[in-house]
Design a protein around this ligand. Structure first.
Ligand code: 13P
Length: 253
């Protein structure tokens, strides 16, 4: 049985006070929901990770970074490595978020290096995959997602892959208010699981969690997560409001 997983990606939002307030509220609310078998994580900006890790330390809420650099140390101005993230209490790290692919320009090869370094450093990566609207309209969705999954996981043995969570986030549904229908999302999640079974084996494919992301709200979370291959959600905008995020965690129970 895959345990449901709800993660909130705060992106480039919050400040030193509101990040701790939000984390404290999520931690408090999650303690009440604890024991209901949901993994919860929040992904604050780098500069607030340590404060947020402190705010959630006596709860079941984990902390995730939004990005990582693959080198172990040295002259890489501005970058943050796996051991730094571990050192301040991170459990997870997002790799290949669509905003890093399409705004910052990260390639599949770079994302693969980051994901590999994250696992080597003892972090649990969340590999984000998903097609642009133009790619969906050109019937390239499966091709694009296959490339993201295969190149993202290249070179990893099954044991390492078992550390990975995949997040299917169709780019046209991110921050737009347009959500993939539960049926559209389920189709892609099932497609990804079959792909994992081909790449590794069906047992591993059954164990890997696949989250949906893209305009998830309290009103649509339960129906999305009722689908057999949707194991949780990666939430953007709605994770910035304590009550909305807690309602989405509740929907996962
Ligand atoms: P929204 O929930 O704001 O659409 O963002 C989704 C996302 O990108 C999560 O990583």
């Amino acid at each position: 049985m895959r345990k449901p997983f709800v993660a909130g990606n705060w992106k480039m939002n919050t400040d030193s006070h509101s990040s701790v307030d939000l984390a404290t509220g999520v931690a408090r609310g999650s303690v009440e929901l604890a024991g209901q078998g949901v993994d919860v994580a929040v992904c604050p900006p780098f500069v607030y990770l340590q404060a947020v890790a402190g705010a959630v330390s006596s709860s079941n809420v984990s902390v995730s970074a939004q990005d990582i650099y693959f080198e172990a140390k040295g002259a890489f101005t501005g970058e943050i490595n796996a051991s730094m993230l571990k050192d301040i209490g991170c459990t997870y790290v997002l790799c290949g978020h669509s905003e890093r692919r399409h705004v910052i320009g990260e390639t599949d090869e770079l994302i693969n290096k980051k994901l590999t370094a994250a696992i080597a450093g003892g972090l649990l990566p969340i590999l984000c995959v998903g097609e642009l609207q133009s790619e969906r309209e050109a019937s390239q969705t499966e091709e694009v997602v296959t490339r993201h999954v295969k190149k993202g996981l290249a070179g990893l043995n099954p044991e390492k892959v078992s550390a990975v969570t995949i997040a299917y986030e169709p780019v046209w549904a991110i921050g737009t208010g347009l959500t993939a229908t539960p049926q559209q999302a389920q189709e892609m999640h099932q497609f990804i699981r079959k792909l994992l079974a081909q790449m590794y084996d069906s047992q591993l494919a059954e164990e890997i969690r696949i989250l949906y992301g893209g305009s998830v709200k309290p009103g649509n979370a339960a129906e999305l997560m009722s689908k057999p291959d949707i194991d949780g959600v990666l939430v953007g905008g709605a994770s910035l409001k304590t009550d909305d995020f807690l309602a989405i965690i509740q929907a996962a129970t």
